[in-house]
Design a protein around this ligand. Structure first.
Ligand SMILES: [Zn+2]
Length: 363
């Protein structure tokens, strides 16, 4: 009996211990579960930060978090969806979600790009936008959403609803270097007016044209050249137009290509900096093969002795590099009108000497 009582007592004690252990287990599980959900919240917040700086994840277990982080182009989008769907505290009539025509953009330094914004619902009472850049050194954004690349790097451009700033969308902007801006650009190219000296439009190393001076090839220059070409043809010579009008932007491209290939000081001896090219006046023409070989042709000899009769001069004569700023260009003619061209021809002077001006870059 005594043995039985002891067994009964032991049994009850064991049951009590088992219940206690079970309770303890439940508490531990509850604590762990709670801790896990906290972790999730933290890593969710972290994920957003990481996606706005770089791809950093090292977790080996594939999960929703990883997908969001790794596919950065859609990460912003997905996070936005989270944001927009969770904001339910908005007042009636407020913007509830924002969508964009793109969520990632690659632009060059100096380039602009603007996403089109759609705020929902369409009858929201205030659809004002607030635009922000996470790093204005890399890209700026104006009040309308024009994104401008400033320097190479990655940043985020965010548009928020003014009435409900919890609702936003963002664009991952990657700015890459612009080759054209990698080289120094002349300071005098920001000329606001074209320069006329004694009625002659001047574009040389001292005088630049405005960037937007874009007249195309002058019609008189064109027709006089056609006359010249036709007369040369009668003598069995082929003189044809190879390069006429060149815009500021086009000149910028070719100049920078030369700078990249030969270095700036060499490029400056034969190629004009943007804004300084006579081709931008619409009054200059390069004929035939645009290189030194042209000088040895009968066409070149004919052009040198007859161009003025049609209103043209050989603009950069031999041995006058220090005055015109350019090496001899047998193929480059400039229209001045017959009277002025003939006067310059007869003077034996360069156009700079004839007008009393110089041709030197200020920097
Ligand atoms: Zn030329």
């Amino acid at each position: 009996m005594a043995k039985k009582r002891v067994t009964k007592y032991t049994l009850r004690r064991r049951r009590a211990v088992a219940v206690l252990i079970l309770l303890l287990l439940i508490i531990i599980i509850a604590v762990i579960a709670n801790a896990c959900s906290d972790d999730k919240k933290v890593s969710k917040g972290k994920a957003k930060n990481e996606s706005s700086t770089s791809q950093t994840t090292t977790t080996t277990k594939p999960s929703q978090q990883n997908i969001i982080i790794n596919t950065t182009t859609t990460a912003a989008n997905m996070l936005n969806q989270n944001t927009t769907t969770t904001t339910t505290a908005a007042e009636k009539g407020d913007v509830e979600s924002i969508s964009l025509t793109f969520y990632a953009a690659n632009i060059k330094v100096g380039d602009k790009k603007m996403p089109i914004v759609t705020m929902s619902p369409s009858n929201a009472k205030d659809k004002s936008e607030i635009w922000e850049s996470s790093n204005t050194v890399i890209a700026t954004v104006d009040v309308k959403g024009n994104i401008l690349g400033v320097s190479p790097g990655t940043c985020y451009i965010t548009v928020k609803s003014k009435s409900n700033p919890d609702v936003y969308a963002e664009v991952k902007v990657t700015v890459v270097a612009n080759e054209e801006d990698a080289e120094p650009t002349p300071t005098s190219s920001d000329a606001s007016q074209p320069t006329y000296v004694k009625g002659v439009l001047i574009a040389n190393k001292s005088y630049a044209l405005p960037k937007d001076y874009n007249p195309g090839l002058d019609p008189t220059t064109k027709s006089q050249f056609e006359l010249l070409s036709a007369d040369a043809k009668k003598e069995g010579l082929d003189i044809h137009l190879s390069s006429g009008f060149r815009s500021y932007d086009y000149q910028k491209r070719i100049y920078n290509n030369y700078v990249n290939a030969y270095g700036q000081s060499t490029a400056d001896t034969f190629s004009a900096r943007p804004g300084h090219s006579e081709h931008q006046t619409g009054l200059a023409i390069d004929v035939n093969s645009i290189d030194d070989s042209f000088a040895a042709t009968p066409e070149s000899a004919w052009l040198a002795s007859n161009a003025h009769r049609y209103g043209f001069i050989i603009r950069y004569p031999k041995g006058k590099e220090h005055i015109t700023g350019y090496k001899y260009e047998s193929w480059h003619i400039r229209y001045l009108g017959v009277d002025t061209a003939t006067a310059v021809y007869n003077s034996g002077l360069t156009l700079e000497e004839y007008l009393g001006i110089d041709s030197k870059y200020s920097n």
